[in-house]
Design a protein around this ligand. Structure first.
Ligand SMILES: *[C@@H]1O[C@H](CO)[C@@H](O)[C@H](O)[C@H]1NC(C)=O
Ligand SMILES: *[C@@H]1O[C@H](CO)[C@@H](O)[C@H](O)[C@H]1NC(C)=O
Ligand SMILES: *[C@@H]1O[C@H](CO)[C@@H](O)[C@H](O)[C@H]1NC(C)=O
Ligand SMILES: *[C@@H]1O[C@H](CO)[C@@H](O)[C@H](O)[C@H]1NC(C)=O
Ligand SMILES: *[C@@H]1O[C@H](CO)[C@@H](O)[C@H](O)[C@H]1NC(C)=O
Ligand SMILES: *[C@@H]1O[C@H](CO)[C@@H](O)[C@H](O)[C@H]1NC(C)=O
Ligand SMILES: *[C@@H]1O[C@H](CO)[C@@H](O)[C@H](O)[C@H]1NC(C)=O
Ligand SMILES: *[C@@H]1O[C@H](CO)[C@@H](O)[C@H](O)[C@H]1NC(C)=O
Ligand SMILES: *[C@@H]1O[C@H](CO)[C@@H](O)[C@H](O)[C@H]1NC(C)=O
Length: 833
């Protein structure tokens, strides 16, 4: 008994000892952390102590995520001075300095150098705060931090940190990559806020004076040129620019979300979210790199568009500085003006839409000026080469002026306009008689009639404006007839500016019919990939070996022409890794064709609904595909410049690239919504049986939630390998949705999974997918989640809401039109009730 008693007390002692050790997030000046001991933040998210990175045996003092494996370090103290044994000690000096000491003779390997210490600091303590910030402060809690690790970032950027410069103290909070995963000493790459001119973000090799990536300037929503990086439900962005400081930072909407930006030893930046369920970091965002990302890819006044081949072209009004180099795809020498500027004759400005703003290192700015004031300011100074709004939100505000050659311009999705100074003659508003008149004739006129000269000039101006208007009229007509698309909808917004550059609104290449015929072996039958909604799709190989898919509008399809135009209108403007990429079009001799990147694995339906091929797609592929489709759809609904409802999402419209990445295709039925429009009504119900939501099939109402419904059907089809349309099951007369719902209700949802995947799947992922699928096919649109919630649901552990019985539960309730046994071809003639 006594022995037991003794053990109990002993046990309690150990436990209480452990508790103290675990709970400690602070050390005082007389305490020390030995190698092996740690501090833990109050919320137990972060831990501070000595660690060895990768395969190294060196010891470093650092902060990492507690209980996450593999160990993920977010900050290192003695980056350049490793300790080679276990003798490291961490403590706070009485004067507020943090010290890492090692070796038998107590050598200081690292100290925090807090600078001059205020006299009021009597009892400095070091504390590891919840956001992962190691701070030194006075024990009393009064006064600001004496020192904080957030001021000394390494390769991790956490919520609450600042990235940028303190303009008063000069402190530069930049990222420095590790040398390698085994060595945290500063590596080859840095990322920093460049504060010459308007601040922008540079990624640079330490040794190289020229950055390799540039993002910015901040346009109120994101760093210009850094797509899909706008605020979202996970965190909110902040960009601060005032007299005292300039920085970027983010704060979490829900502090239990674990997210970080990681700057890798290779100089890449990623945002990673920790997924509790899989115990893995999930890639949420990365600085999308494409052939136009490299700084100054097309030289000065060159413009890069990754959709074009070649990607570089001179901006309108400019020509290659070195045509030979340029035609050999050596673009760095850039472009020069066709016509020199002539400030005294009054230059004009041409607007370039949807472009990444050029390098701002030699810019001037004023955040409160309007665009009109900005133009005046630029016009007034002959060395001003361009101007633009800084902030593109609402009606735009602020003024940026450039004073050097414009470099690093590319096509972007954001609606960002740049006004470039041009000689009047390059603005295509020259009228032969005008220059003559202003120079010679006007001179002689002046001699004769000095006073009345104002009158003719005024009338010339009026005539000039009239001619301008006529020119504009014919120009825009010509423009339309060139493309032979009598487009009635797209002209208002896109043609708002007279001097808008011509091909910019599509940014697409036009292919010649000869080229396309040749590439497809004159549309040979064995090149046919399939039949689409409005014609046939062929595989082609261009002379340079590039494989393409050619969608050829059937000459007899009248309805097809509308869809063709629609597709061209939408997809040309969209760019996302989960949307199929349009390379160009060909409109010639009654032929209308769209040219896409070729997808070697064709479409998803060929895999999931095929007995043999379905075994190729294991669970992890399918889960990956679900994610991809969800992200592509989210982009359409929310992240692109417009809100777009696809209206025909189905397995056969999901194409697969060589790595089985899904790409949404076929925008023939897509519909754009304005910002404040949430749903629309149509008498012409289009879509595909089996994927139509009830409110759409029955009442013709469609919205982003009708896409969500189709997505839900797709999820259940991908999981089960069964088609919703024409579904049959031995035991009941349910459709796929009802079948899934019954199994879910009975707690047997796993039975929905296709048999061949049962051994290789991750059950929690399968169950979650089915659950999400059911939430998406809810009868009422309001009960369905938005795609942004869906993407989060896939990525997170949190509990999901309980689905109700999905739409079309019993066959009796299914509208007659819904029961038509259709094939997979899009239907267009269902009449609403
Ligand atoms: C550690 O070594 C193993 C085996 O050599 C190697 O596969 C692994 O990539 C190394 N890890 C790191 C982080 O260097
Ligand atoms: C802090 O105290 C140590 C000695 O304990 C001394 O070496 C160091 O110079 C002091 N630092 C400052 C900033 O006063
Ligand atoms: C090193 O520091 C420890 C603890 O602070 C002390 O006990 C020891 O005497 C010191 N050793 C030397 C060589 O100064
Ligand atoms: C401390 O000891 C190490 C070897 O343990 C030696 O290399 C170093 O020079 C010593 N430093 C001082 C200041 O004595
Ligand atoms: C910026 O522009 C506003 C409005 O034109 C003006 O009032 C202000 O003085 C300007 N600020 C600077 C620093 O030029
Ligand atoms: C034009 O702007 C540049 C750069 O800000 C400045 O150096 C120059 O003095 C300005 N010229 C005039 C005439 O205002
Ligand atoms: C934006 O511009 C429109 C039309 O010019 C105007 O009605 C509206 O008030 C402006 N909005 C703001 C916030 O200035
Ligand atoms: C302007 O004129 C040039 C040369 O005459 C021509 O190449 C260009 O296409 C024209 N641009 C527009 C927008 O009409
Ligand atoms: C924050 O996220 C956690 C886990 O993802 C979730 O359980 C919790 O409900 C969320 N809190 C809020 C306020 O959304």
């Amino acid at each position: 008994m006594k022995v037991l008693h003794y053990f109990l007390i002993f046990g309690l002692l150990i436990m209480s000892d452990l508790r103290i050790c675990w709970a400690q997030d602070t050390i005082a000046a007389d305490e020390a952390i030995q190698d092996g001991d740690t501090l833990v933040s109050a919320d137990e998210m972060y831990e501070l102590g000595f660690f060895s990175p990768g395969n190294s045996t060196n010891r470093y003092l650092g902060i990492w995520y507690k209980n996450k494996s593999p160990q993920t370090v977010v900050w290192v103290a003695n980056r350049e001075k490793p300790i080679t044994d276990l003798s490291g000690v961490f403590r706070v000096d009485i004067n507020g300095s943090l010290l890492v000491i090692a070796g038998s003779n107590n050598t200081t390997v690292w100290s925090s150098n807090p600078g001059p210490i205020s006299l009021t600091t009597i009892n400095p303590v070091a504390q590891l705060l919840n956001p992962g910030n190691l701070v030194v402060r006075d024990q009393s809690g009064q006064g600001s931090f004496i020192w904080q690790s957030f001021d000394h970032p390494g390769d991790a950027f956490l919520a609450g940190m600042k990235f940028g410069k303190d303009l008063v103290s000069g402190r530069d909070r930049r990222w420095t990559s590790w040398k390698s995963l085994d060595d945290p000493s500063p590596g080859k790459y840095v990322a920093f806020m460049d504060t010459n001119g308007f601040p922008q973000l540079f990624f640079k090799e330490v040794q190289n004076p020229v950055p390799f990536l540039r993002f910015g300037p901040w346009n109120g929503l994101t760093f210009n040129g850094m797509p899909s990086h706008t605020s979202n439900s996970l965190f909110t962005h902040k960009f601060v620019l005032d007299d005292k400081e300039v920085y970027y930072g983010y704060t979490l909407v829900n502090t239990s979300v674990v997210t970080r930006v990681y700057f890798s030893p290779e100089g890449d930046a990623f945002r990673l979210n920790w997924i509790e369920r899989t115990q893995m970091w999930f890639l949420y965002w990365n600085a999308d790199i494409d052939m136009c990302s490299r700084f100054g890819q097309c030289g000065s006044y060159g413009r890069c568009n990754p959709k074009n081949s070649p990607a570089c072209s001179c901006m309108e009004g400019f020509e290659p500085r070195n045509p030979d180099e340029w035609s050999a795809s050596e673009w760095s020498s850039g472009c020069r003006r066709r016509t020199a500027l002539s400030c005294s004759n009054g230059d004009g400005f041409r607007v370039f839409k949807n472009v990444k703003m050029p390098d701002t290192r030699r810019s001037w700015y004023n955040q409160s000026m309007t665009l009109g004031e900005c133009e005046t300011a630029c016009k007034r100074n002959c060395s001003c080469t361009a101007y633009a709004n800084i902030d593109i939100r609402i009606n735009g505000s602020g003024c940026l002026l450039w004073f050097d050659d414009l470099i690093d311009i590319r096509t972007v999705d954001e609606s960002q306009d740049l006004y470039v100074r041009m000689a009047i003659s390059d603005l295509n508003i020259t009228i032969p008689s005008i220059p003559q008149l202003t120079s010679k004739q006007a001179d002689s006129n002046k001699k004769r009639q000095k006073i009345v000269v104002v009158v003719p000039i005024l009338s010339i101006l009026v005539i000039f404006i009239l001619i301008l208007a006529i020119l504009y009229g014919t120009w825009s007509k010509r423009k339309r007839s060139q493309v032979q698309l009598p487009d009635k909808t797209a002209e208002t917004d896109d043609e708002k500016y007279i001097m808008e550059s011509q091909d910019d609104d599509t940014g697409l290449s036009s292919f010649s019919l000869t080229k396309i015929s040749k590439s497809t072996n004159n549309f040979a039958n064995d090149k046919k990939l399939g039949e689409g909604g409005f014609g046939s799709v062929y595989k082609g190989v261009l002379d340079d070996g590039q494989e393409i898919a050619v969608k050829r509008l059937s000459k007899t399809s009248r309805q097809g022409l509308g869809e063709f135009k629609n597709e061209l209108k939408f997809i040309a403007k969209l760019q996302h890794r989960n949307l199929v990429k349009l390379l160009g079009y060909c409109i010639q001799r009654n032929e209308s064709m769209l040219i896409y990147e070729y997808m070697p694995n064709k479409s998803l339906d060929l895999f999931i609904f095929d007995k043999i091929k379905s075994s190729v797609l294991g669970w992890s592929d399918r889960f990956h595909i679900l994610h991809g489709i969800a992200r592509g759809l989210l982009y359409l609904h929310q992240d692109s410049r417009f809100k777009i409802v696809h209206r025909d999402l189905k397995a056969s419209n999901i194409l697969l690239d060589v790595d089985m990445n899904p790409k949404i295709s076929d925008f023939g039925l897509a519909r754009m919504f304005t910002e404040h429009e949430n749903e629309a009504n149509t008498n012409n119900i289009v879509g595909t049986l089996g994927y139509l939501s009830p409110e759409y099939a029955l009442d013709g109402i469609f919205s982003e939630k009708s896409d969500v419904f189709s997505f839900g059907v797709l999820v259940l089809e991908i999981v089960s390998g069964k088609k919703n349309q024409g579904f049959s099951h031995e035991n009941d007369s349910d459709n796929l949705l009802a079948h899934a719902w019954r199994l879910f209700e009975e707690g047997k949802a796993m039975e929905l999974l296709g048999a061949h995947m049962r051994n290789s799947c991750v059950a929690s992922e399968v169950l979650r997918s089915i659950h999400i699928g059911l939430l998406c096919v809810q009868h009422h649109a309001n009960d369905r989640p938005t795609m942004s919630s869906v993407v989060l649901m896939f990525g997170e552990e949190g509990a999901l809401s309980q689905p109700k019985q999905p739409a079309f539960f019993a066959k009796g309730k299914v509208p007659q039109c819904y029961l038509v046994s259709g094939n997979d071809i899009t239907m267009t003639t269902l009449e609403p009730r």
